[in-house]
Design a protein around this ligand. Structure first.
Ligand code: C5P
Length: 408
């Protein structure tokens, strides 16, 4: 997917060792379809060469406000007027302080000051030593820069080039890429809070064995990511899956259906949308053994008795919160055949306003899917596409159906 197709980004580099990550970031932006114009301060050229950045961006790098290549000799005007956003990564402490004061003694700061502030957003990816980051001057500058309209993308934490460990590292290129993509998404769920379940559950038989299923969690993780991109605050309750947490999403890991229900009941009061994508096990062993069940050589097999798991979706859909219209519940149905009939029946049985059907065996573990949306007014097909693409469409469909009078 080319999430940044048609976007033109001015990528500003200032002096800091994190410049080495800017090379990868430039490639990542271009891979997503953006065109990238690199502008470097003189300090940045001490860390990475303009040759590297030119080769990666396929455009000559700008570094001087006296660049005679521009017929009007006003690179700061020409470059900023073309941009859909200016992203300064890395943004040094010194550059932040310069921006704050409206400094303009070299091309990059001059361009930031000269940009049409309502049309060309400024995104900053700070990078510095942990003491510099924690310094009151830096923290003060961050607050004021945000008040002046800049978007601060935050910092990472961990081992720093100086040998110290703490906050202040520049975010990784893939994190910055996700943030830039999110930045451009329409905020159709701004101010909303979404709770999502994803993945399988694991029902223990004994300390080393259990029953689970082949749900990959990919659809639920895609829904969580898409909701975050749309401006929602997202809590993702995930069964055992090996997937990276989408950026900006709060994740709660659980094992069993009972754990998942508990986490959902705890977090639902703060939510106004609940999307149940998890493939919750229908049954669990009636009694999980404390100790590993041993084979004793007699050839006898253990007998397992099962009890039914709670239905998390139906429980939340019947809560006072949902019944009063304060929690919009969305269910999924993974079927093998007769999708429309089963999904329609399941919507009524679960008591949810929107049910999303898909063909289970065709989608489990895959990166793509096709969805059938069923609500009280009828059906809508979302044709075959990547799970992320479908999740974005689903989020838009949910936003359209939300009662405007949700209290929270
Ligand atoms: O009944 P069935 O498992 O087909 O229903 C699927 C929908 O119900 C999904 O949205 C799933 O996440 C949810 N579900 C649940 N708790 C269960 C079983 C299913 O939340 N115990």
């Amino acid at each position: 997917m080319n999430d940044l197709a048609g976007k033109h980004i001015v990528l500003g580099l200032t002096g800091g060792i994190a410049c080495y990550k800017a090379a990868e970031l430039c490639r990542a932006l271009i891979k997503e379809g953006a065109t990238v114009q690199v502008v470097m301060t003189e300090a940045a050229t001490q860390f990475i060469t303009p040759v590297t950045m030119q080769a990666l961006s396929n455009r000559p790098v700008y570094g001087s406000q006296w660049d005679a290549r521009e017929p009007n000799n006003m690179a700061q005007i020409n470059l900023s007027r073309e941009a859909d956003a200016i992203l300064v990564a890395p943004c040094s402490a010194d550059f932040m302080s310069k921006l704050l004061h409206g400094g303009a003694d070299e091309l990059l700061s001059l361009m930031c000051l000269a940009r049409p502030i309502d049309k060309v957003p400024l995104l900053l990816a700070p990078a510095m030593n942990r003491e510099m980051w924690a310094h009151p001057a830096t923290q003060r500058n961050l607050v004021q820069l945000a008040a002046d309209g800049a978007t601060i993308l935050g910092v990472g934490s961990g081992f720093q080039a100086c040998g110290e460990t703490g906050d202040g590292r520049m975010l990784e290129p893939e994190e910055l890429l996700a943030d830039v993509i999110t930045f451009f998404h329409p905020k159709v769920l701004a101010g909303r809070r979404m709770l999502v379940t994803a993945g399988p559950t694991f029902e223990a038989i004994d300390p080393v064995r259990g029953i689970t299923n082949r749900s990959s969690g990919k659809m639920g993780f895609a829904v969580a990511r898409a909701a975050h991109e749309a401006g929602a605050q997202v809590t993702l309750v995930a069964g055992p899956v090996a997937l990276a947490t989408p950026r900006g999403v709060q994740r709660i890991d659980v094992q069993s259906a009972t754990d998942m229900l508990q986490a959902c009941v705890e977090h639902a009061p703060a939510a106004n949308i609940f999307v149940a994508t998890a493939a919750v096990a229908d049954w669990r062993p009636a009694q999980a053994s404390d100790q590993k069940i041993k084979k004793d050589g007699s050839g006898q097999t253990p007998t397992l008795a099962f009890v039914e798991n709670p239905d998390i979706l139906a429980t939340l859909a019947r809560s006072a919160q949902a019944l009063s219209g304060d929690l919009f519940c969305v269910g999924f149905a993974a079927e093998s055949h007769d999708l429309l009939a089963h999904a329609t029946a399941k919507r009524v049985r679960k008591g949810v306003p929107l049910l999303v059907g898909n063909i289970g065996p065709a989608t489990f573990g895959k990166d793509d899917n096709a969805l059938l949306l069923v609500d009280a007014n009828g059906t809508k097909e979302l044709p075959h596409a990547s799970k992320l693409h479908l999740a974005r469409q689903l989020v838009a469909e949910i936003a359209r159906r939300l009662p405007t009078a949700l209290k929270k």
